[in-house]
Design a protein around this ligand. Structure first.
Ligand SMILES: CC(C)(COP(=O)(O)OP(=O)(O)OC[C@H]1O[C@@H](n2cnc3c(N)ncnc32)[C@H](O)[C@@H]1OP(=O)(O)O)[C@@H](O)C(=O)NCCC(=O)NCCS
Length: 398
């Protein structure tokens, strides 16, 4: 067994990001993921955002590595019939449709378990399958709005701000991956599958725990904390060059303050009660900024970061997304990898953040639209090769 999840079979009806990020991660760890797309062009991410002619958008490839892909019109009688042996094959059926879609397709959990009692139905919803908002559709920023993130983020006197991160989408995918693995573990002893549900709002509320602690405890009114936080202590400083992304983050708290002063050549301020506590530094935030920037503006963000990190100060060069994808450290850790693709041409991709000592992840290409339809239908769903042209003509497959 080369990979940890080898032999785990996922029938993946999911689209966009929340579901596909989950199945991709499990695919990195060795699961066999079979993605089913509609016959109307498939997952919308194939053509949205960074789309180039005759190429899938990177929006698609970034969330769909390590999968095979087929098309099937699940609303057609024959399409539905063809799916049945694939449900029998699967350990997991994953989807992130809006509430009610699976039932309308005749694929609700009750129907799935009649076909395969061992199957785990992994269902991602925007607001869940019960509760007053459960009928609503959702996507990243709706989750950010309703999980407290947007109201918490931003500058103190400005409007709520979304964060450019897939915390709602991929965060939900991560939670679902854990739910799936837990259900698999339970199935090992009971022999039965189950229905697992994760809502985007719930998943993001879970990731917001650290920001909700004040509401649960002291209960002070909300203040946005995208910049300096509540403390007033600055944490991001200009660095040499003064360019758009020339900044370094430095954690100017607790005992680290003295180490920082020593590194930046201001040891005479050690013990100076104007700056000696977090509260004092918060009250004199602008002075603290001036003291530190006198040094950081003489150094590149990488020099400043490495110098401080070398003596144990929590810090980080503020890297642009462009710098991230060419960063030597991330390349050394296989977080930026080159994927071989005979049709699209080899491409650069984000790797797997889980490093397994005995079974390292391998990042493989994402499927072309309908790439594996014939092979899967004939070899896994019992369709005769002679029937394929008719299915194509009738629009059951592409
Ligand atoms: C993402 C979302 C907003 C998209 O909304 P939408 O485009 O209206 O899609 P829905 O999920 O409501 O419906 C999908 C439709 O495609 C159809 N469909 C999907 N795959 C199909 C297939 N292979 N063959 C035939 N029809 C298919 C469904 O049957 C459904 O049709 P219906 O509405 O007539 O029943 C919604 O699915 C949603 O809220 N999902 C849950 C939260 C989520 O994951 N959000 C996205 C995060 S990245």
């Amino acid at each position: 067994m080369d990979q940890a999840l080898e032999g785990v079979k996922i029938l993946d009806l999911s689209r966009v990001q929340a579901g596909p990020s989950c199945s991709q991660l499990l695919g990195f760890l060795g699961a066999d993921v079979l993605k089913v797309e509609d016959t109307e062009g498939g997952d919308r991410t194939r053509w949205e955002l960074a789309h180039r002619d005759d190429q899938d958008s990177v929006y698609f490839t970034i969330f769909n590595n390590n999968k095979r892909g087929i098309t099937l019109d699940l609303k057609s009688k024959r399409g539905h019939e063809i799916l049945v042996p694939l449900i029998e094959w699967a350990d997991i059926v994953l989807e992130n449709f809006s509430k009610g879609v699976m039932d309308r397709l005749g694929l609700g959990y009750n129907q799935l378990k009649e076909i395969n009692p061992r199957v785990i139905h992994a269902s991602i919803k925007g607001f869940g399958e019960y509760g007053p908002w459960s009928e609503f559709r959702s996507f990243e920023t709706a989750a950010q709005a309703t999980a407290g993130l947007m109201a918490a983020n931003g500058h103190e006197d400005g409007p709520p701000l979304s964060a450019p991160i897939g915390a709602g989408d991929s965060g939900t995918g991560l939670h679902m991956a854990i739910g799936i693995l837990a259900a698999l573990r339970q199935r090992d002893s009971t022999g039965e599958g189950q229905h697992v549900e994760v809502s985007m709002q719930d998943g993001l509320v879970n990731l917001m725990r650290i920001r909700l602690l004040r509401s649960l405890s002291v209960g002070t009114p909300n203040r946005r904390s995208g910049g300096m936080g509540w403390s007033g202590i600055p944490s991001v400083f200009r660095s040499e060059g003064g360019g758009h992304d020339d900044y370094v983050m430095i954690h100017v708290r607790g005992a680290l303050w003295e180490t920082i002063l020593a590194v930046i050549g201001r040891s005479e301020l050690i013990g100076d009660e104007r700056y000696d506590t977090d509260e004092a530094r918060g009250e004199r935030g602008e002075e603290v900024r001036e003291i530190i920037e006198e040094w950081t503006t003489q150094h590149s963000k990488y020099e400043a970061f490495e110098t401080l990190a070398n003596v144990g100060v929590w810090s980080g060069a503020v890297m642009s997304p462009e710098e991230v994808i060419t960063n030597e450290h991330l390349i050394a850790r296989e977080m930026i990898v080159d994927v071989e693709d005979d049709v699209r041409g080899d491409y650069r991709m984000i790797g797997c953040p889980i490093k397994m000592q005995k079974s390292p992840a391998v990042v493989k290409k994402a499927p072309r639209y309908s790439e594996h339809t014939d092979d899967v239908l004939v070899n896994m769903a019992g369709v005769s090769p002679d029937e394929l042209p008719k299915l194509r003509e009738e629009g059951v497959i592409v």
